[in-house]
Design a protein around this ligand. Structure first.
Ligand SMILES: *Cc1c(COP(=O)(O)O)cnc(C)c1O
Length: 616
């Protein structure tokens, strides 16, 4: 029920579609997503014309078409440059996600940030709070300032001071290389016009994308722009908040790291998108139909009371449905009946094949893994899926390594590598898998979300203590890998962790799954399931996340923007004047005759214990 709308790009080819050849080489395909075949409609103006947004580019005006997708109560607006009015090159701006070079990327980010904000204005909207999902959207800060300057007839500094309080920047990467950077020359070519419209110099505009040090040599960093233009900044898990305070330290020189103003809101998933029909039935019986619309406290308690029989039946049906689906998918390639066992412990690993996620950690000792997978007493099987970026050759080599392992050890009935991982496939996987494995190199998984999707279905997690799992893990909800420390890309440590992973599987996971009571139910496993479902599902849901953003950010921010704008921008003007005064007198600012006194717990500064301030 939070009034919210979203803006993005309509990618004509999306990311890419994956196929694998017989040797495990990844093939990339780029079929055209015909907008008339996907659930979007053109946005129309009052007189029925298709709404177009125009954007000034060097030597030309780019035309953007606007589409709308209705997602529940939320409108998602998508911009698209594939308009016959644009040049062939410009028509491809919204072609591929993660394709092209720096210039294409800059064009996409201008379309998203500047075009996106213009679109909202064309729809007659002026959002109080703008939530920037990653630095990609940060140009909206400049367009928001520009439109505010016009409306209030004020200068850049005052408009920034007023609107900045209404921008929230959520950072998603734990590595500095993840921030987009552009050369000052490229920025000047594309944004020179914006500098003059904002009535600031190019140097001032470039400074928005720089840390405080040597402005002239730095590339323009979108994360720095986002921080300079936002009142609030957050990371996406507790650990990622900490990592981000470190990454953003250059903007806060000489600050104690823990005081760098970056908070965190751990991500959550929309539970109702990921539960299977069987899980939905079980949760409805336990917690009612409206469970995800109300407070979350009572949900966990009700779940703790569900019987072992009901939980085990749900788990078994979920797994059987996944395996039936996989057999159907594979029916053309091989006799489907001996492909996977509907009653065997099923491990899953599905995510992008990026090296930091170590998708081949399980392959460190191939003999040991093969032994584990060919056991006849306690059968174990593995479902894998994931794409590597078309330019990431290391990631593609890891896919090949899996395919070759399957061939070499004749494991075709025990391991399935599913091609072309996407949301639909993810929905089957997170329903049916018993144990979801994640092996990122700490702290490079900012949050991770697929492990959250499996919770509602009673699947358990075995994961590196990184991202969300570093705060969610407890011995009664699943298994943890690693020592909670960073080891960088140390191959000796990788081998050690691989050994720990095999040990966990051999000594804990597999015996627990196959330890059955008189009714054939694995009681300890069910105990883990019940705790994981009851204690983690509500917490790692988007219900909790949206509530947290609303209460900790959106509402206070909306109040702050109103305050700054009230009384003919009195507060915004005061802030700008104060900054100008500081700047003007900076060289002569010094500490006066500072006196401190102390008692048992505090230091007092100023002349007396009742003086100016107290530090505990
Ligand atoms: C959830 C999801 C992801 C992200 O999973 P991570 O665990 O965060 O890597 C990637 N791809 C698809 C299709 C997903 O559904």
């Amino acid at each position: 029920g939070v009034p919210l709308q979203a803006v993005g790009l309509l990618y004509q080819q999306g990311y890419f579609r994956q196929a694998l050849d017989g040797d495990g080489n990844q093939l990339a395909f780029y079929p055209f997503n015909d907008p008339t075949q996907i659930p979007v409609v053109p946005v129309r103006t009052e007189d029925g014309e298709w709404l177009r947004i125009s954007l000034e580019f060097p030597g030309r005006t780019l035309q953007l078409r606007a589409w709308r997708a209705q997602v529940g109560r939320i409108s998602l607006y998508l911009l698209d440059s594939n308009d016959p009015m644009n040049s062939p090159a410009d028509r491809g701006i919204t072609g591929e996600l993660y394709g092209g070079g720096a210039e294409r990327r800059l064009q996409q980010e201008m379309v998203l940030g500047i075009g996106g904000y213009k679109l909202l204005q064309a729809l007659g909207q002026e959002p109080e709070v703008c939530h920037l999902n990653e630095g990609h959207a940060a140009f909206s800060i400049l367009e928001r300032v520009r439109s505010y300057m016009r409306k209030e007839n004020t200068d850049f500094g005052t408009a920034l001071a007023a609107t900045r309080a209404g921008n929230l920047f959520t950072t998603h990467t734990p590595v500095e290389a993840g921030f987009d950077r552009f050369s000052p020359a490229l920025i000047e070519r594309y944004l020179g016009r914006w500098a003059s419209e904002l009535n600031i110099s190019m140097a001032q505009l470039l400074a928005m994308g720089c840390s405080h040090s040597n402005v002239s040599e730095e590339p323009f960093n979108m994360a720095w722009l986002a921080i300079h233009g936002s009142g609030f900044v957050n990371g996406v898990s507790r650990l990622h908040g900490k990592v981000s305070r470190h990454l953003f330290l250059p903007l806060f020189p000489r600050w104690p790291e823990k005081e760098v103003p970056v908070g965190h809101v751990t991500n959550g998933v929309l539970v109702s998108s990921w539960d299977s029909p069987e899980s939905d039935r079980l949760w409805t019986e336990a917690c009612g139909k409206e469970r995800w619309r109300e407070g979350l406290q009572s949900i966990g308690e009700a779940m703790l009371k569900v019987s072992a029989t009901d939980l085990w039946e749900m788990r078994s049906r979920n797994r059987q449905r996944l395996i039936a689906w996989i057999r159907e998918q594979h029916a053309l390639n091989q006799p489907a009946t001996n492909l996977l066992d509907p009653n065997a412990l099923t491990l899953g690993f599905a995510r992008r094949f990026a090296t930091y996620k170590r998708p081949n950690l399980l392959l460190k000792d191939k003999q040991r893994l093969a032994r584990l997978l060919t056991s006849t007493d306690n059968p174990v099987q593995l479902v894998i899926a994931g794409k590597a970026h078309p330019r990431d050759l290391d990631g593609q080599a890891m896919i090949r390594e899996w395919i070759q392992f399957i061939h070499e050890f004749q494991l075709q009935s025990r391991i399935v590598f599913l091609e072309d991982y996407d949301l639909l496939m993810a929905s089957y996987l997170v329903e049916g898998i018993d144990l979801w494995i994640n092996t990122p190199r700490r702290p490079w998984e900012a949050c991770g979300t697929s492990g959250m999707k499996v919770l509602v279905n009673g699947c358990l997690n075995l994961s590196e203590l990184d991202g969300w799992w570093a705060e969610a893990w407890h011995a009664d909800v699943g298994w943890a890998l690693g020592d909670g420390q960073e080891h960088d890309a140390d191959t000796a440590w990788d081998s050690h962790e691989a050994d720990c992973l095999y040990d966990l599987l051999e000594q804990q996971v597999i015996p627990e799954f196959y330890q059955r009571n008189a009714h054939g139910i694995p009681e300890d496993w069910i105990g883990h399931m019940r705790n994981s479902m009851a204690k983690l599902t509500p917490v790692y849901s988007s219900n909790r996340m949206v509530r947290q953003y609303t209460e900790e950010y959106y509402l206070p921010m909306a109040r702050a923007v109103r305050q700054r704008c009230a009384g003919n921008l009195a507060q915004a003007k005061a802030i700008t004047a104060w900054k100008a005064t500081l700047e003007q007198h900076w060289p002569s600012i010094h500490f006066g005759n500072l006196k401190t006194t102390s008692d048992e717990s505090s230091y007092y500064f100023g002349s007396s214990p009742n003086g100016v301030g107290r530090l505990s």
